[in-house]
Design a protein. Structure first.
Length: 342
């Protein structure tokens, strides 16, 4: 009986072991401790497939849950009670055993430009000389930036943020790198950001900037505990975006971008696009809706259902325009031919 009582005062938290993942997990745990000081939160770290396979571009590894699989195994076997993820890393189709029970307030969702020290003084990708190499692990970024800067080359850059910054600073392989703004800012590396890429030029990834908490579906205790983390604005917007990607059946191996706003007048505007790997093809659609004034009072799962439906509506517009063949070809090429460079 004593052990059962003690277990109710302890929550086991799963996290990737990188500095960024731990910073994000500790931020979530800190917020939970404020609301539940009676509970002890114990963090367990582990490496995922995406952390271990650093010699291949992400699309060639061949799985949709690159950064979640091992953590979900621990959740399924009752080794941990909750997992903290970057929301963009959580597949839009989860096992029937799991659920996203919280989405935190979203940080800046944009992508950020970083330059090697030898290019100090430059302020944009357009300033780089022809043939300069840009490091990124994202096909979405490459497809868009090729349209903007056809004079540049692109190369996969893997590893945690610290590792990628070290590779950039050596200056012998990369002239620039593009990474998520939110991760850099969470680690306090604001001064490394040369520019935030305008989402009208480089649309960001679905869910980028937000954190998601994954729990077992039938664990009502954890669902209740996580409720204090939810930010209604972020929950709704990210649910729209995840519904969009789910309907497109997209993942890390296809270039899909999004840009979402929800203003003070409750006007929702979401722009979504799919690209060919070389950036030559782009299909884009926009959906705008006036939300009811009480949208933010919806329960969490109602909000995800309503938002997801809007996202699927946007995806259907793209599919009607012919997005499916572009997505299929992009996936086939990325998995078979490797990382596009020019």
């Amino acid at each position: 009986m004593a052990d059962r009582k003690d277990s109710k005062k302890r929550v086991r938290v799963g996290s990737r072991s990188s500095q960024l993942a731990m910073t994000q997990t500790e931020t979530v745990v800190s917020a939970l401790k404020e609301q539940h000081p009676e509970i002890e939160f114990v963090i367990t770290t582990m490496e995922t497939i995406g952390d271990k396979n650093l010699d291949k571009p992400l699309p060639q590894i061949g799985t949709t849950n690159l950064f979640t699989k091992e953590l979900e195994h621990a959740l399924a076997s009752n080794e941990v009670d909750m997992i903290v993820h970057s929301l963009k890393d959580i597949p839009t189709t989860l096992s029937d055993d799991f659920v996203i029970s919280a989405i935190t307030k979203r940080a800046d969702p944009t992508d950020a430009l970083l330059l090697a020290p030898k290019h100090s003084g430059k302020t944009s990708l357009q300033d780089l000389p022809p043939g300069s190499v840009v490091g990124t692990s994202s096909l979405r970024r490459i497809a868009q930036l090729k349209r903007l800067c056809p004079h540049l080359e692109f190369k996969s850059i893997r590893g945690n943020l610290n590792t990628r910054l070290q590779k950039l600073d050596r200056g012998d392989e990369y002239d620039a790198a593009v990474m998520a703004t939110a991760g850099l800012e969470r680690l306090g590396w604001h001064d490394r950001i040369v520019a935030r890429l305008d989402p009208l030029v480089c649309m960001y990834a679905v869910g980028q900037g937000a954190l998601g908490v994954e729990t077992r579906k039938r664990d009502e205790r954890m669902t209740e505990l996580m409720s204090c983390l939810n930010d209604p604005h972020s929950v709704f917007i990210c649910s729209v975006e995840r519904g969009f990607l789910h309907r497109l059946e997209g993942g890390c191996s296809v270039p899909v971008g999004i840009h979402s706003t929800l203003d003070d007048s409750n006007r929702l505007t979401v722009r979504g696009a799919v690209f060919s790997l070389d950036g030559s093809q782009k299909l884009e659609s926009i959906v705008s809706k006036d939300l009811p004034s009480n949208w933010s009072s919806l329960a969490f799962y109602s909000m995800t259902l309503v938002g997801g439906g809007i996202g699927e509506e946007l995806a259907a517009m793209l599919l009607e325009k012919g997005a499916k063949p572009i997505l299929a070809e992009a996936k086939r090429c990325s998995e078979m031919e490797g990382f596009p460079t020019k």
